[in-house]
Design a protein around this ligand. Sequence first.
Ligand code: DGY
Length: 318
Amino acid sequence: MTTKPRVLQVGSFSGSPSANQRLAKDYDVFELWKHADRKVALAEYGKGITAMVTSANMGANAELINALPDLKAICSWGVGYETIDVQAARERGVLVSNTPDVLTDCVADLAWGLLISGARRMSQGDRFVRAGRWGQVHGGIPLGTRVSGKKLGIIGLGRIGQAIARRGDGFDMEVRYHNRRARNDVPYGYEASLVDLAKWADFLVVATVGGPETRHLVNKEVIEALGPKGVIINIARGPVIDEQAMTAAIENGKLGCAALDVFEYEPKVPEALIDSDNTVLLPHIGSASYETRLAMEDLMLENLQSYFQDGKLVTPVE
Ligand code: DGY
């Protein structure tokens, strides 16, 4: 009888079609989330575990990494890994992988869905019809703002940012971006100042990585530079925007619209954003299509298999 390799699973992959079952089929899975006292469970069962599966949502902090003396690989589901202590892993010689590329198109598509929905008041229109108000209210819902031919600003021109930019061509938009540094491989204008980008843009899409370096990168000044006609779209990470400043700007009319898939304290959403007709609010579903979620679990499992086969990962994080 062959024994299955042992793998620690931090939490349940409830948003992935078959990750839990596929893991259980091929591995002897230690389901950490089922243990009320993590410390006790890790002390008892942690020895001998060489691989861990997790996600940005579940995380892997230094305490968890260091509680596993034999750990060699962390395979994460999803592209963002700001809650995985890569530095602590590196210090221990632990490899880390994520699932880039496979979700780029779906997240970019969703950014455009949010942009159009916010600009053209689609969610508000939907609520209006469902509430039976069509034909009852004089004038219907307020006018939206035109999308085609406008100016698109992108914060973070990585894989997803570029996919969002490319879609801008189809809407005859001029695209500019803000990054840590200018790229020499793209046809878009670079703005070294985020405030200048926001002043210029009609639509500002946040597509940068999360984590401490980008926390509140979009602050009150940036939000107010975008202004009362501007639409901000966030498909990256909630904390990149100062949510309190954004909420205040929506409340006092200093920002036109916020179309958001991510929030600073998920799943908490400020009441004022919920109450406003100038917001579009989604429950972090950027990658949530059947095809993409399956591709993410495939890639996470490929990384895990590759580690057990030859000690290497397919898509290691740099
Ligand atoms: C990611 O890949 O980081 C997403 O947020 C998960 O859906």
